[in-house]
Design a protein. Structure first.
Length: 303
């Protein structure tokens, strides 16, 4: 039985991010479940919208696809608003949410000043954090799907999928799906490809993605994500992607970002976005190129 789900944004008050962060709310066998909960900077707005939607009913569970702070940053505010709510997440992520200093330091390093919007996470009560190995909700299926992050999970409630960023960061333009790979720092190409294959072997169904407020078919996005990932890897292995004499690593990354922005046909629809959203997408494009480049160079050096 397919679920009725609703995307609830948590607006952080920064231009270009009005709907970009949030979570998917589902009523599931008498329980109210939220999948991911956006950034800390949007948590107050997310809680307000959730309370308007739930009324006097409790939020029972938060399912975290991973603990990056654009997916888990609002959890402290959720726990304060609903004292009986608990969160399911990968067992590797529990200590990082209970003692978030390293998580915050890594976010600051990778995201720069944008980390302020993500918000410094507060230590959470580990008693409210359920290891994915101990989650036993009837009708909940989950898969370990590392690659984007070592602690990444994908969920299915009934026939509805919540695959996180296994297939990248999809978007829609004129009714057609497009994609931007999600390859941040500490990305693993081999694990990401294995995770894509793992989910592609499962039945298709409607899928709810973290940064897209509309559902799309799971298989469509995963196949698109795999093609895009292959294209990016081929792009970075071209001779012209090598460093030029005297070129610094940031200069090289700027050059590759500009070239891919113009060459990648899947990114072309993004050129039609408002300027503030183009700025957002170009930031993440550069960030993800850096992560994939780091992954490829680490693999080549270790080989």
């Amino acid at each position: 039985m397919a679920l009725t789900v609703e995307y609830i944004p948590g607006q952080p008050g920064r231009p270009g991010f009005d709907w970009f962060f949030g979570g998917w709310l589902a009523e599931f066998r008498g329980l109210w479940v939220l999948v991911d909960c956006g950034v800390g900077g949007g948590a107050e707005d997310l809680v307000r919208r959730l309370k308007a939607r739930l009324g006097e009913r409790d939020l029972d569970y938060v399912l975290l696809t991973h603990i990056h702070l654009d997916h888990a940053g609002g959890l402290g505010a959720i726990f304060r608003a609903w004292p009986r709510a608990r969160a399911v997440l990968h067992e590797k992520g529990i200590r990082h949410l209970a003692e978030p200093e390293r998580l915050w330091a890594g976010t600051r390093e990778v995201m720069g000043e944008l980390a302020d919007m993500y918000g410094r996470p507060e230590p959470l009560d580990p008693g409210r954090l359920i290891s994915h190995r101990e989650a036993s909700l009837p009708g909940l299926n989950l898969w370990e799907t590392p690659g984007h992050a070592a602690h990444h999970l994908s969920y299915r409630l009934e026939e509805t999928w919540f695959p996180g960023e296994v297939g990248g960061c999809p978007h829609l333009w004129e009714g057609r799906s497009h994609n931007r790979p999600a390859t941040p720092s500490r990305f693993s190409l081999d694990l990401a490809l294995a995770s894509l294959d793992r989910l592609l072997a499962e039945p298709d169904g409607p899928a709810s993605f973290p940064h897209l407020p509309r559902q799309r078919p799971l298989r469509e996005i995963l196949l698109l994500g795999r093609r895009q990932l292959d294209f990016w890897v081929e792009f970075l292995r071209r001779p012209e992607a090598l460093p030029r004499p005297g070129e610094s690593p940031p200069e090289r990354l700027d050059r590759l970002t500009e070239r891919l922005w113009l060459e990648d046909r899947e990114l072309a629809p993004l050129h039609n976005l408002p300027p503030v959203e183009i700025s957002r997408e170009r930031f993440f494009l550069r960030n993800n190129l850096a992560g994939l480049l780091e992954c490829l160079e680490t693999s080549e050096n270790s080989g």
